[in-house]
Design a protein around this ligand. Sequence first.
Ligand SMILES: Cc1cc2nc3c(=O)[nH]c(=O)nc-3n(C[C@H](O)[C@H](O)[C@H](O)COP(=O)(O)OP(=O)(O)OC[C@H]3O[C@@H](n4cnc5c(N)ncnc54)[C@H](O)[C@@H]3O)c2cc1C
Length: 368
Amino acid sequence: MKKAIVIGGGFCGCVVTEMLSKKGFEVTVVEAGDCIGGGCRTFFYHGHPYTIGPRHILVDVDEMYTWEYMERFVEMRELQHHSLTYVSQDDRFYTYPIHMDDIQSMPDKDTIEAELDNRGDVSQSKDFEEYWVNSVGQTLYNKFVNTYSKKMWGVKNNKEIDDFGFSPKGVALKSGDKVSFEGSKVIGYPTNIEAFNPFFDACVQNATVIYNTPVQKIDVDKKRVLAGDQWLDADLIVSTISPDIVFDYCHGELRYIGRHFMKLILPCERVTPEPYYFLYYAGDEPYTRVVEYKLLTGYESPNTLLGIEIPTFDNKMYPYPVKADIAKAKKYLEMFPDGVHSLGRMGKYNYDNMHVVIRDCFKLMENI
Ligand SMILES: Cc1cc2nc3c(=O)[nH]c(=O)nc-3n(C[C@H](O)[C@H](O)[C@H](O)COP(=O)(O)OP(=O)(O)OC[C@H]3O[C@@H](n4cnc5c(N)ncnc54)[C@H](O)[C@@H]3O)c2cc1C
């Protein structure tokens, strides 16, 4: 039986383990923490289920096979994705992405409309700031994006962000349907209270999982991985950890920003008005986003749990959308030899969501 080692038992590590097991590999997963599922694992706080940030699945309509893949393991419920942004200078929540209808109720609507009439050429934008100012004008940029982006990425100047195609989530300024966030996507969450956890368990049921073992060393040429104090040999390795670790930081460290996470229970059934289930904070509040989990999880209680995300450099969650960092990651990714693959959000050094991870794992299987 051919042997595979999967490094990292997060969402990607679990999906790839399931697929490799089905292909007949004997799979060993080496996981730094004491559980599988990574950022998408559901934990419980006094009975309330939560994840670190929202972790709903958003599937492009032409990629429903990724949704169907999930449904083989857990029943999924379709959701509408809606979000609001708090703009402190107006003391108002507005829908996000910025909506043309909301502009009418803004105190500075005349200035905004004049700026919208005189927008620059978006296609000539050289950085994130220019992209936004050219898309929506200076005033809307200042309200919704300027400070938010600086705290999201821990930067002093948004001009540092020069790989920004994803930033406005494809839509800078919306009109028409007011609340739907991602028009061409199907959005959902597992119906069971443990969300994706049963899926993770099913993925590794035929594999060996080594917990509490952060991998620091991989010999990519000999295809072996140092797990604790023992070298494990394999015919195939899939790494989902940051590629700079794999090559001992030979091109320098890759930058990430992470999140501190605070939980807050409030004595009421719901705080955010339906259909919203998370709120962005665009001003100089220390947090970027507050999630109210009940609408996602379906949990019933007289109280409600909020999860508050505060940017930090203490852990690694978001790779940087900066060309220099992406170029450095590319150098690392080019060093992977045949039979050693780097996948997942850190593995690819890319802002990948869950459906992209599933897509990538399917693609990898085509060549194995
Ligand atoms: C705050 C936040 C919110 C998100 N919300 C959504 C969302 O709503 N919808 C969506 O589709 N996507 C969302 N994502 C993205 C989604 O979580 C990722 O696509 C997915 O988790 C990627 O899976 P992964 O296995 O690559 O990473 P992870 O799930 O993060 O797993 C990485 C695993 O590797 C382990 N590990 C790390 N270092 C080592 C090491 N040295 N040795 C061994 N193991 C190691 C970790 O312990 C972890 O288990 C969100 C991401 C973040 C950060």
